[in-house]
Design a protein around this ligand. Structure first.
Ligand SMILES: Nc1ncnc2c1ncn2[C@@H]1O[C@H](COP(=O)(O)OP(=O)(O)O)[C@@H](O)[C@H]1O
Ligand SMILES: [Mg+2]
Length: 250
C-alpha cells in the first residue's frame, strides 16, 4: 500500500495577479491522487513543480530546504507557500524519507560533512566526488541502504530534478534504483524531472503542470519525450527549423 494516497487543496480567496494565482497549474486544483509507486511531475520551467514539492515536503514534515525529517541545516531560505492549503491523505503515514533538491545539494553535502557519517554515503565526502558521483552516492547509499530500518517501513522520497548532474549512464543507474524502489512495496517516489530517460519508468504516473489545472498525462504525450524524439529522429531538420523559427518560447 502506498504511503500517500492524495493531496486535497483548500485555497484561500483568490487574489488575481498575486502568487500562487500567477501559476495556471494551480487554478481550480482540488486534489492530486497517487496510484502508483512512482509519480513524475512534468512541465516547463516556472510551471510550479518545485513550489508543489517544497510545500509537500513541509506538509510531510521534511526540511523544505532538502534532506530527511531530521536534517536541520541552513540553505537559502525556502518558502513553502502552499503547505497551509494542503491536506495530506495518508494510507500509512511515512515517517521515513528524503527530499532531494538539486539546487541545495551543496549545502546538504556540507551538512553531511559536519555530521561525520560518511559511511552512509559510500565512505567519501560528497564534496570530494564529482557532482554526478555525489548525487549517485547519496541515492545508492543513503537512500537504498536504510540501516536499522524495518524493510517495510512506509517511505516517501521527493526529488526535484534528480537528473541535474547525471550523465546518461548515471540516469540509467538512477532509473534502475527507481525500478527497485517501485517494486519494494513500501517506497513511494514523487519526482519533478525533465529527463525523457527517467520518465520511461514502466508503471509510473505522470502529471503535467503545463495544463490548467494539473492533469494526468502519459510518457509519449509528455513534452520531454515529444521534443527529444523529434530532435533525435532528424537532428538536421530539427535544428534548421529551430534556427529559422522565431518562436520566443524556444
Ligand atoms: N514564494 C513565491 N513568491 C512569488 N513567486 C513565487 C514564489 N515561489 C515561486 N514563485 C514563482 O512561481 C513560479 C513557479 O516556480 P517553480 O515552482 O520554481 O517552477 P518549476 O519548478 O516548475 O520550474 C515561478 O515563476 C517562480 O518565480
Ligand atoms: Mg523547479
Amino acid at each position: 500500500m502506498l504511503p500517500l494516497r492524495s493531496i486535497q487543496f483548500t485555497w484561500p480567496d483568490p487574489r488575481p495577479g498575486q502568487f500562487p494565482w500567477t501559476i495556471p497549474a494551480f487554478h481550480g486544483l482540488e486534489s492530486l491522487t497517487f496510484e502508483n509507486p512512482v509519480t513524475f511531475l512534468v512541465g516547463d520551467n516556472g510551471s510550479g513543480k518545485s513550489t508543489l514539492l517544497e510545500s509537500l515536503a513541509q506538509a510531510a514534515g521534511f526540511n523544505p530546504e532538502g534532506g530527511s525529517q531530521h536534517a536541520n541545516y541552513d540553505a537559502v531560505e525556502t518558502e513553502a507557500p502552499l503547505s497551509q492549503t494542503m491536506r495530506l491523505i495518508w494510507n500509512r503515514r511515512a515517517r521515513n524519507g528524503f527530499f532531494f533538491r538539486a539546487e541545495s545539494f551543496f549545502s546538504y553535502a556540507s551538512y553531511v560533512d559536519t555530521l561525520g557519517c560518511l559511511r552512509s554515503y559510500g565512505g567519501k565526502s560528497l564534496h570530494a566526488s564529482s557532482h554526478g558521483e555525489s548525487f549517485l552516492a547519496l541515492f545508492r547509499h543513503r537512500l537504498s541502504g536504510r540501516r536499522g530500518r524495518g524493510p517495510s517501513e512506509p517511505t516517501l522520497y521527493l526529488f526535484d530534478e534528480p537528473e541535474a548532474a547525471l550523465s546518461t549512464t548515471g540516469q540509467l543507474a538512477f532509473l534502475r534504483l527507481l525500478n527497485e524502489w517501485a517494486g519494494s512495496g513500501h517506497i513511494q517516489v514523487i519526482a519533478a524531472t525533465h529527463s525523457p530517460i527517467l520518465l520511461a519508468l514502466p508503471g509510473a504516473s505522470l502529471y503535467s503542470f503545463d495544463s490548467s489545472p494539473i492533469q494526468p498525462t502519459t510518457y509519449r504525450e509528455s513534452s520531454p519525450y515529444q521534443l527529444t524524439r523529434a530532435f533525435l529522429d532528424n537532428p538536421d531538420r530539427f535544428l534548421k527549423e529551430l534556427f529559422q523559427d522565431n518562436d520566443p518560447s524556444l
